[in-house]
Design a protein around this ligand. Structure first.
Ligand code: GAL
Length: 682
């Protein structure tokens, strides 16, 4: 879905809170002038505006908002209209304390903060629905309004009686009988057997926390409850007569909700990105941010929107680091390269008081346009203004990495095999970096996603298998795909019950092995994987691999059942046992990595496997270290994004094509970028 105003365009703008400036009307006029100067075409209004929109229960005042939407529209600026449910007014909490959250110790919270209401509360839902409906009635048909922004950064749970009751109903529906629940949750353990659903309580530090299946189901319930809240908001908007698209803004590394599921509730995925630039290497930060852009794109396998980013420095990170000159352009363009439909900031004008007054903004307290940040924002505005043709482009990808919230929750909640750190994120990251350094676009997908269309997929540490996942892998490999699985995979079912009969569950024949034991290593310990000599007369692709790679943290021992060991452990009592295996299955190949290998191992292995699978990114020239390559495409063209995250200039050899942004000779200053348009050949 592309959100269009006139011609296709990339959005540029961000969160704007004119309700903080109602007493100074001249500010609005100044701001609009600045927006025009900076090429701002979109602002998000209404996030946290409830107290001004409904100052007293049932008394609505939308005129100030109408006036602002009209004024913005007159100047060609579109609006993303937020529902105000991210923070509530005092009167609501005072009159209906049930809207306040209860923590896991049973304590109801006081009024304050934001994102802390009970999502089950019928009163909260009713009041939110009423104001949403009214907003939709008044503004839903306004031509300036392009998109509904539902609430803000949803997250967190509530343990009140209403939520506990809703959780029990959710469980009743899922398990039907208490005997079934007891069986699935393994409650015989420690005599925690339930006699009825009424005894079930949400997990709590002062109550039940040893039933991993309960912990998992609670997280699923919280996701479902959040989704039903979002759906109720969307229904209210529809009832108010608007069918404009909807979004929710998601967060970096947020584990509280299954984003794979939440994404299904809205039309467009958007997210808020606040990387810690200039900390260690920009290259590391760039790759980490790229991963999260790809997570967001992977949620719907569609373009997403960068809903928030900071034009200078935030004020909530441990150190408020300014973006060095050029970094705003680079990070903004990076989001576009990975599939964003625009670049939006938090925030357009810095608030005067309260907790975010020192957060970076397009317009600061001084208010002038002669600031470094403002100039850089203008630069981004000019850049995006010239790149409208990218608005409808998609991202083509033949390779995918699995990243799944159910799996993440279960694995992190399990006791063992390494409570001081499984290094799961790093494990995912190593696969990601190894594929990205080849210039390949990578989709990050969860276990519910289809594997169709991919030729290569990697499943780092898929401890939990959701129903049907093993079958999906089997068909993928049998029909010719290359699948890489790592240690600690296929261990438990969706209730965190260990599979019986050998792991990876239902796939021991596909991978040609059975996992036996897993060794947790102390931090200072290391083992090694040694490459075996290729058999005489066989294609010696292993010669591309080094002789030895280091591995740490987790080493799994497996027994081959037909798979060919390609590497073996170098030390300990399992020296000589397989560390990497390959199995042919149907028309495809299944690889199993037994230990937490160093990055270089992944780089070398994947380079071989991608070549073996005949996959290319289409970029056949050298990619220097610290340079990121991405592509987006439409029917006629492929657009290559080349970005330099080194602190020094780099010369990149460019293929034939039109340079539509940046230096034609491929000379990239630090944080400099080039965009190249290449005509597709038939
Ligand atoms: C986001 C939030 C915004 C603002 C911003 C500051 O998490 O959605 O409202 O607080 O952080 O960086």
């Amino acid at each position: 879905m592309v959100i269009t105003m006139r011609d296709p365009y990339l959005m540029h703008g961000g969160d704007y809170n004119p309700e903080q400036w109602l007493a100074m009307p001249e500010i609005l006029e100044q701001d609009i002038d600045r927006f025009l100067e900076a090429g701002i075409n979109t602002v998000t209004l209404g996030v946290f505006s409830w107290a001004k929109l409904e100052p007293k229960e049932g008394i609505y005042d939308f005129d100030w908002l109408a006036e602002r939407i009209d004024k913005l529209y007159e100047k060609g600026i579109s609006v993303i209209l937020a529902t105000p449910s991210g923070a509530r007014p005092h009167w609501l909490a005072e009159r209906y304390p049930q809207v306040l959250r209860v923590d896991e110790r049973g304590k109801r919270q006081l009024f304050g903060g934001r994102h802390n209401h009970c999502l089950t509360s019928p009163v909260y839902r009713e009041k939110v629905g009423r104001i949403d409906r009214k907003l939709a009635e008044r503004f839903g048909a306004h031509p300036a309004v392009k998109l509904w922004h539902i609430s803000n950064e949803l997250g967190g749970d509530c343990h009140c009686g209403l939520c506990q009751a809703a959780f029990r109903n959710w469980l009743r529906e899922r398990y039907q009988t208490i005997e079934n629940l007891n069986d699935r949750w393994c409650t015989t353990f420690w005599s925690h057997t339930y006699d009825s659903f009424d005894q079930v309580e949400a997990p709590s530090a002062i109550g039940e926390s040893s039933l991993m299946a309960l912990n998992l189901d609670w997280k699923r319930f919280v996701t479902d409850q959040t989704i039903s809240f979002v759906e109720q908001e969307i229904r209210a908007i529809h009832e108010g007569g608007s069918d404009k698209p909807t979004t929710v803004n998601m967060m970096y590394r947020f584990e509280g909700l299954d984003y794979g599921k939440l994404a299904g509730a809205v039309d467009l995925v958007s997210w808020d990105s606040y990387p810690l630039w200039h900390k260690e290497s920009e290259w590391d930060t760039a790759r980490d941010t790229a991963f999260w852009h790809d997570v967001m794109r992977g949620l719907k396998k569609k373009p997403f929107l960068l809903m928030e980013s900071c034009p200078s420095s935030t004020n909530w990170q441990s150190v408020s680091k300014l973006k060095k000159p050029g970094m705003l352009e680079a990070s903004s363009l990076q989001s576009i390269a990975h599939g964003s439909q625009g670049v939006l900031y938090f925030q357009m004008r810095q608030s005067r008081g309260a907790s975010e007054k020192f957060h970076g903004a397009v317009i600061d307290h001084y208010g002038g346009s002669d600031t470094r940040t403002f100039r850089e924002v203008c630069g981004v505005g000019r850049m995006l203004g010239k790149l409208g043709e990218l608005a409808g482009c998609t991202t083509g990808s033949r390779v995918a990495i699995l990243y799944d919230w159910d799996n993440l929750w279960a694995m992190k909640n399990a006791q063992g095999p390494r409570n001081k750190g499984l290094h799961y994120e790093e494990c995912v990251d190593k696969s990601y970096r190894a594929l990205r350094r080849l210039g390949l676009n990578v989709d990050i997908i969860d276990q519910s996603a289809s594997l169709e269309g991919y030729r290569f997929a990697a499943a780092p540490m898929q401890y939990l298998f959701r129903p049907g996942f093993a079958q999906k892998i089997r068909s993928f490999v049998e029909t010719g795909g290359t699948f890489v699985m790592t240690y600690w995979s296929g261990v438990v079912d969706e209730n965190d019950r260990c599979f019986l009969g050998g792991r990876p569950a239902d796939l021991t024949d596909v991978f040609g092995l059975r996992a036996l034991e897993i060794d947790g290593l102390y931090d200072e310990e290391e083992n090694a994987a040694l490459t075996l000599e290729p058999e005489a007369g066989r294609p010696g692709w292993l010669s591309f691999m080094k002789e030895r790679y280091a591995c740490k943290y987790l080493c799994e021992l497996v027994s081959p059942l037909g798979a060919r060991p390609l590497m073996v452990y170098g030390k300990d009592f399992y020296a000589g046992e397989p560390a990497l295996l390959r199995n042919s299955c149907g028309k495809g190949l299944a690889y199993y990595i037994c230990a937490d290998m160093e990055q270089k191992f992944y780089d070398d292995l994947y380079e071989n496997l991608i070549a073996e699978a005949g996959i290319t990114s289409g970029w056949n020239l050298e990619i220097p270290e610290g340079v990121e390559i991405c592509s987006r495409e439409n029917e006629d063209f492929v657009y290559w994004f080349v970005q330099n995250y080194n602190r020094y200039e780099v010369k990149v050899q460019l293929p034939q094509g039109d340079v539509i942004f940046g230096d034609k000779k491929g000379e990239l200053r630090p944080f400099g970028s080039v965009i190249l348009r290449v005509k597709k050949t038939l």
